[in-house]
Design a protein around this ligand. Structure first.
Ligand code: AMP
Length: 208
């Protein structure tokens, strides 16, 4: 099962990716997570991508596509994967098409106001990198593992606005997957469980 999750930042793609991966035992490939890990570890890639991420801009294709191609070539992706945050532009969708066969491209959609509210209240666990909403925390700690949480640098209001402006999912990416007959859209509901019910209906059809 090779799945692509599309949608604006903060639509809940990451949360849905984690639920899908845990239910179907698939690797969760998040380009944002890969970049952040490289920034933390001060790798060459990390140094190159930091300025783009800090400014709320997209990392150039030549870096992003290589990262994904390399990651999908790993053994754990042989039986499927969930790509979260890639592709974001048509050139990436076309490049992906050259090295992977995607079964479904599922767009998780949400209104701008919902996204701004969510991202400004998002907290990430330092321990298990679980994304939480401020309201889900237990005594200010991660509701999954009890770890300390932090606010992503790019979840500051001025950067959120920049990301929404510069990183709207382009219509041509949607059209690309529609034309292949594999595009699905799910609205991001109040709860992650309700959203997953809808996502899972789509996944169940692939399994049949
Ligand atoms: P995310 O965690 O998916 O919100 O990604 C965080 C940041 O990483 C984005 O704001 C971009 O700067 C960068 N990034 C992640 N995925 C991509 C991609 N497919 N293409 C370009 N930049 C990306």
């Amino acid at each position: 099962m090779n799945i692509v999750l599309l949608g604006p930042p903060g639509s809940g793609k990451g949360t849905q990716a984690k639920i899908i991966c845990s239910k179907y035992n698939l690797p969760h490939i998040s380009t944002g997570d890969i970049f952040r890990a490289n920034i933390t570890n001060k790798t060459q890639l990390g140094l190159k991508v930091k300025e783009f991420i800090d400014a709320g801009l997209l990392v150039p294709d030549e870096l992003t596509i290589l990262v994904v191609k390399d990651r999908l070539g790993k053994e754990d992706c042989k039986n499927g994967f969930v790509l979260d945050g890639f592709p974001r532009v048509l050139s990436q969708a076309k490049a992906l098409d050259e090295f992977a066969k995607i079964d479904k491209a599922i767009m998780i959609d949400a209104e701008d106001e919902v996204i701004i509210d969510r991202l400004s209240k998002r907290r990430i666990c330092k321990n298990c990198s679980n994304p939480s909403h401020l309201d889900w925390l237990v005594n200010g700690k991660c509701e999954k593992c009890g770890g300390e949480v932090y606010i992503r640098d790019d979840d500051r209001p001025e950067i959120i606005r920049q990301r929404l402006l510069k990183q709207k999912l382009p219509q041509d990416v949607i059209d690309f997957y529609v034309s292949k007959g594999i595009f699905e859209k799910v609205n991001s509901f109040e709860t992650k469980e309700k959203t997953f019910e809808e996502v899972d209906k789509i996944l169940q059809k692939i399994c049949k």
